[in-house]
Design a protein around this ligand. Structure first.
Ligand SMILES: [Zn+2]
Length: 202
């Protein structure tokens, strides 16, 4: 188990551009402000950030995601977001553009979007109580594979082979301390799902 989200384990093909239009990330930002206030997104004492949110671009498979090393910021600007255009799982390469590089967890987000084309939003948070609760109870859980590895993306795909993703909108990452993923047809649905699970823990 590690807390090394700041360590980029995949290769990134990044084109630096001007800031994305704020309207593209407005909905993500609105939810991120709340999740930061709840401590579900933030930074550890060692400075390493955790938690990220992404949302698919309307009518496209591209997705907007919070930038890397932004966990400590209570509010983000449009320039702190990135657009992920493609992820090549064979070469483990993420192709992205924007004024900020994407979160190093973009690969995991891309892997989740591949599960079902109706998934349009993903939230990743860290919380020890939530993590332990989900591991102990009947929630979908990834195996204890190294976080951010190719094995982890294969693990997610394998688990959801026999599960309807949108009927199982949250999973806990056994090999990623405190790490939980929640997704949905839209951001509102993902947020609601997160709050419902949180309500059981609190
Ligand atoms: Zn994480």
């Amino acid at each position: 188990m590690s807390q090394n989200e700041g360590v980029v384990k995949y290769s990134l093909d990044f084109e630096e551009t001007s800031s994305l239009p704020f309207i593209c990330v407005e909905e993500i930002e609105e939810i991120r402000v709340d999740l930061f206030a709840l401590g579900l997104i933030g930074a550890y004492k060692n400075g390493i950030g955790f938690g990220n949110i992404s949302q698919k671009e309307m009518g496209s498979s591209d997705f907007f995601i919070t930038g890397t090393q932004t966990g400590h910021l209570a509010e983000l600007e449009a320039k702190d977001y990135s657009l992920v255009e493609r992820v090549d799982f064979d070469t483990f390469t993420t192709y992205a553009s924007g004024a900020s590089k994407p979160s190093s967890e973009a690969m995991t987000h891309a892997c989740i979007y591949k599960l079902d084309e109706n998934i349009n939003a993903i939230i990743h948070v860290h919380n020890e109580k939530l993590w332990r609760y989900m591991l102990k109870n009947d929630f979908v859980s990834t195996s204890d594979v190294e976080y951010g590895s190719l094995a982890m993306t294969k693990d997610i795909q394998k688990i959801y082979c026999s599960l309807d993703a949108l009927e199982n909108k949250s999973f806990v990452m056994k090999g990623h301390f405190e790490g939980v993923f929640i997704f949905g047809k839209n951001l509102e649905e993902a947020k609601r799902e997160l709050y419902q699970v949180m309500a059981k823990v609190l």
